[in-house]
Write a protein of this length. Sequence first.
Length: 316
Amino acid sequence: MISSLLTVGLAQIAPIWLDRAATLAKMVDWVARAGREGCQLVAFGEALLPGYPFWVELTDGARFESALQKRFYAHYAEQAVRIERGDLAPLCAAARAAKCWVLLGVMEQPAARGHSVYCSMVWIDPQGEVRNVHRKLMPTFEERLVWATGDGAGLRTFEVGPFRAGGLNCWENWMPLPRAALQAQGEDLHVALWPGNVRNTIDLTRHIAREGRSFSLAVSGLMRRGDVPDHIPEAALLREVLPETSANGGSCIAGPDGQWLVEPVADVETLIVAQLDLARVREERQNFDPSGHYARPDVLRLEIDRRRQQVLIERD
C-alpha cells in the first residue's frame, strides 16, 4: 500500500545578507539537518539567496540616477544566482544526499539576458536536479525598482511523495488566477515563500488552505540589523537605517480545513517539521473540489502562456 504521508520542513533562517556564497553554505547545512529529521521536502523563504532588498524603502530608493542606489544594485546583481553557471550545485548535492525536495527563493540572473534580476522560486528534486524555476509574475511596490517581471513558464506542479505540490512567491499568493492555475493542475499542497513577517502569513495561509482544500505551507526568512555583514557596500549606513528587525519570520502550516497545524512562528531560526496526510485532502474535497466537481469549465476557463519572456527569438 502506498503511503499517504509526507514529512515537510520549513527552514526559517536569516541569510548572510547579500552574500551568495556564505548564504548558500548556510542553506546546505539546513538541508542536511532536514534530511536527518526525515524531511521529504524542505523549503526556504523568498529571495533568501542572497537576500531581500530591504534597503530600497529606507534609502530613497526611487531617486533617479542615484549613485548610492546604483552601488546597491550593482552589488545585488553581482551576488545574484546564475543557475546555468552552476551556482546551485552545492544545494543540488545536498538535496541528493538528503533524498528530499528543496524549494528556495533566489534572486536569479539568467544567462545571456543582461543584468536584470528575477525573484524566482526554484524546485530541486531528490536526485539533485533543478526541475523548475518560477519567476515572480509581479514584483510588489518598491520591489519593482529592483526586480524584473516574470512569466508563466514555471507556473507548474510536481509529484512530491503522495502529493501534487505547487507554490508562489510572496504577494503572488494574493493573486486568484495563479492560485487557480495551480489548483487546476491538481495541487493539493501549496508552498508560499515569503521574505518574512507574521503580518504576511497569518491570514492568507489559512485562506489558501480553505479555498483549495489543500495543505498550505508558508515559509519565511528572518532579517535583523545584526545580519548585515561588515564586508558589503554601505554596511554602516544600512545598520543605521534598518530597524532592529526587518523580517520576523511567520512560517506556519494550515490544513485543508483551514485550521492551523502550526501557527506562525516568529523571531527564531528554526526547522519546523510536520507530517501531512493526503487523506485529509480527500476528506475536505468531498464537498468542495475547486478544479473538480465544483468547477464549471463550460462557463469559466483559464489560459496560461508558458513561453519564457525573451527579446531575441532566433530562427534558421
